[in-house]
Design a protein around this ligand. Structure first.
Ligand SMILES: O=P(O)(O)OC[C@H]1O[C@H](OP(=O)(O)OP(=O)(O)O)[C@H](O)[C@@H]1O
Ligand SMILES: [Mg+2]
Length: 190
């Protein structure tokens, strides 16, 4: 995977390549487009920060097929600087507008323990959305502590801490175009 980028020295191995992400994103967009054909006012809710890359790519892929969708963003954090979910979810940025009666599709980068999404789904339903479904690009099926309904899943991946494509370790590595596992010495340096 080495392409001469600064981060090559930190990555032990790639889990999902840039091309795989691109192809899967197009596939997921076609599925959502077909399921929401004719829906008015579809709202995509991106869970910052991690899903920022996926939201940007998925929204454009969906745009090729329709229906039109509005974008909103929430920032919630339960990982902070660590590698395991604290389970305590903090709203860092709330939705901009009322979602009562709206059809909402949550755009997530990864479902790990499920704690973040479990909290978010309860929160969105408390805001009286007409429907809430989830698109998650990655899921760690063996790490799930709280089962959450995810209608659209890109990739099931092993229970390893991964970085890239929005996913961070201590706010670093989000800009990587693929998803990989860090070398052990990177954690020792942190
Ligand atoms: O299923 P869980 O165990 O809850 O983990 C999944 C969540 O953790 C990460 O966010 P994080 O809390 O790291 O915030 P960030 O997206 O700003 O990095 C990731 O983006 C998911 O939102
Ligand atoms: Mg994070």
């Amino acid at each position: 995977m080495a392409d001469g980028s600064w981060y090559d020295a930190d990555i032990d191995h790639v889990i999902i390549s840039e091309a795989q992400i691109r192809e899967k994103t197009a596939e997921l967009a076609k599925q959502v487009s077909a399921d929401y054909a004719g829906v008015d006012g579809l709202l995509l809710v991106c869970v910052l920060k991690g899903a920022v890359m996926f939201m940007a790519d998925f929204a454009r892929a969906l745009g090729r097929h329709g229906p039109p969708a509005e974008l909103d963003f929430m920032a919630i954090s339960s990982y902070g600087q660590g590698t395991t979910s604290s389970g305590v979810v903090r709203i860092l940025k709330d939705l901009d507008r009322d979602i009562a009666g709206r059809h909402v599709v949550v755009i997530e980068d990864i479902v790990d323990s499920g704690l973040t999404l479990s909290w978010l789904l309860r929160y969105l339903e408390s805001r009286s959305a007409a429907s809430v479904e989830v698109v998650a690009l990655f899921r760690k099926p063996d790490a799930v502590k709280v089962p959450v309904p995810v209608k659209y899943v890109g990739f099931d991946i092993p229970t390893e801490f991964v970085v890239g494509y929005g996913l961070d370790f201590g706010e670093r590595y989000r800009e990587l175009p693929y998803v990989g596992v860090l070398k052990p010495e990177v954690y020792a340096r942190a």
